[in-house]
Design a protein around this ligand. Structure first.
Ligand code: GUN
Length: 280
């Protein structure tokens, strides 16, 4: 049976450490969060980000909008937040309402306040092997988990499934920077099973429950599940057929309590780190 990677515990350690550091600061870090979508999952994520910020002593201001928000109003808000010396991090929860252009908004965020690491300057720096102001939270959290469990990546065959800007592409880059041999598979990939069967590490970020079955996984492989899909029964499902795959893998992340808590811990860490960089 695989070792179950405890993302919740690892995240709590990061948060405890941050709480301690923040408690010693006279002026506290601050995070602005924009929610312009009525998607229930996005609301839950944003509420959770607000709650954890408060527990840590990070000041969070959440801007919640209904469908009447215009692109122009959002642009104006980003300019105000960029200019506000009391704001260290800006997060635009994705996706935005369909009538809004999220890429234009992301590109207007000051890269030094881009707590998600989504701005092309930060993505570009990551791709060049330079230090970005912030690294995308979920990919950063995955690397931290792999390191915590001392999983060696050098020269390993890693298959990432999903090519989103939020997870797939940046985790492929981070793993490449860790000297893994990375294959980036996606919805148009042919013969996925042949590719995953060869993988020492599988990172799945598709949102398709039970996409990764036991017969797609090599014995002893490490399986990282980034999928979070809310099922009809209200429970969360990952991309991986956990109950069966755990008998084949050497390490596996559960859903929930795997990658999810690490995303939020890394968001808090990024907020704190941006605060320090802006103060320096
Ligand atoms: N939507 C899903 N994941 C994320 C994330 O990490 N950051 C933002 N801003 N939106 C998201």
């Amino acid at each position: 049976m695989a070792v179950i990677i405890d993302g919740k515990k690892c995240a709590e350690e990061i948060l405890d450490n941050l709480k301690d550091k923040i408690s010693k600061l006279e002026k506290k870090p601050s995070l602005a969060v924009i929610l312009a979508n009525d998607n229930p999952s996005s609301k839950i994520y944003v509420d959770n980000k607000e709650k954890v910020s408060m527990e840590l002593g990070i000041k969070s201001s959440v801007y919640r909008f209904d469908k009447s928000i215009t692109q122009g109003e959002l642009i104006k808000l980003i300019h105000e937040l960029n200019a506000d010396k009391n704001i260290n991090g800006i997060l635009v929860q994705l996706p935005l309402f369909e009538h809004l252009n999220s890429q234009e908004i992301i590109e207007l965020i000051n890269p030094k306040k881009d707590v998600d690491g989504f701005h092309p300057i930060n993505v570009g720096r990551l791709n060049c092997g330079l230090e970005p102001y912030a690294v995308c939270c979920t990919p950063k959290g995955i690397i931290k988990l792999l390191k915590k469990y001392k999983i060696n990546l050098v020269g390993k065959n890693v298959v990432v499934i999903g090519r989103s800007n939020i997870v797939g592409k940046p985790i492929a880059t981070l793993l490449t920077n860790e000297n893994a041999t990375v294959t980036l598979a996606h919805s148009k990939t042919k013969k996925l099973k042949e590719i995953t069967k060869n993988a020492d590490v599988i990172v799945s970020a598709t949102g398709h429950p039970k996409l990764i079955k036991a017969d797609m996984v090599k014995k002893g492989a490490v399986v990282i599940d980034v999928g979070i899909t809310k099922q009809i029964n209200g429970k969360l499902a990952g991309d991986v057929d956990f109950e069966k795959v755990k008998n084949v893998a050497s390490y596996i992340t559960p859903v929930p309590k795997g990658v999810g808590p690490m995303t939020i811990a890394c968001l808090m860490e990024n907020t704190y780190e941006l605060y320090l960089k802006q103060k320096a």
